[in-house]
Design a protein around this ligand. Sequence first.
Ligand code: NAD
Ligand code: SER
Length: 317
Amino acid sequence: MAKTIIIGACGQIGTELVLELRKKFGNENVIAADLKDECPAVLENGPYQKMDILDREFVREYIITNEIKVVYLLAALLSATAEKNPDFAWKLNMEGLFTILDLAKEKHIDKIFWPSSIAVFGPTTPRENTPQYTVMEPSTVYGISKQAGERWCEYYFNKFGVDVRSIRYPGLISYTSLPGGGTTDYAVDIFYQAKLNKTFSCFLKEDTALPMMFMEDAIRGTIELMEAPKENIKIRSAYNLSGCSFTPKELSEEIKRHIPAFEITYNPDFRQAIADSWPMSIDDSNARKDWGWKEKYNTEKVVATMIEHVDVKLLSN
Ligand code: NAD
Ligand code: SER
């Protein structure tokens, strides 16, 4: 069994990806790695390694010595946090990728997953049903780093045969761990506040539509992409992937069906400009055609599942 590592494992995606991969491949074969001293309790069912992806020599040595063949590289600064620290965001989001791509180029690694984002699109991109191939002029440091990362992934595939696969995730909605500083985080935070206080102050305007996806769909899509036969993967930059799409007002109306007293107010901040530069909905027909992608969660199902499972105790961990 080839060993797998998830770097950035303690975050919103990593936590659930590690658990799902361990179910599939066995706890001992899936290593969680992150900058944090300790992993969350939920990941204590398998190996954990403290690791700074920016420590290139340590990462190389660890992966080569432990004969790790599959890498999911998730460590990054997300859109809102990156705008506050652009120099470091560029460094973190790019240097780690080169470390892993180079290991694959040297044949130490067989397969890489590296996530891209809807942030690769920008204000000049058609915003409705955004195509796979279109104008891409991202206006955030996060989007610029994801677009550059996509170009490098495709380059390493074309030049060196590196088997790297990627998805342009939309905003991800989950209840196992909290989101890490993105513009779409409101669509998770809203459920905690709805349960705690029955009110929510939204940092986006009521009519700001954004593409979103439930985490279970995102994890399933990621594993399906990674397991698809190599010849089916026609896109080596990153695949568009769509789940559902809604505005804060539409989301709050759906929440009200479960919590009738829920009230939302709108107090847009710097994240509004980021959201305004991103697509409202995504055309993911290439992913459907190439490797059979299909989402399971629409907005109604996302809301019902979040209302059932969100545990406000997570806020105090
Ligand atoms: P997150 O912020 O929740 O988690 C990132 C994890 O990386 C954290 O646990 C953090 O401790 C770790 N990390 C940070 N710096 C590190 C370093 N130097 N070395 C090792 N680990 C480090 O992020 P997430 O939401 O899980 O996103 C994971 C990836 O998916 C990112 O590349 C992000 O851009 C991408 N993505 C996420 C979303 C989303 O909605 N969550 C959408 C599109 C793309
Ligand atoms: N959810 C992410 C963000 O808002 C999109 O990449 O940054």
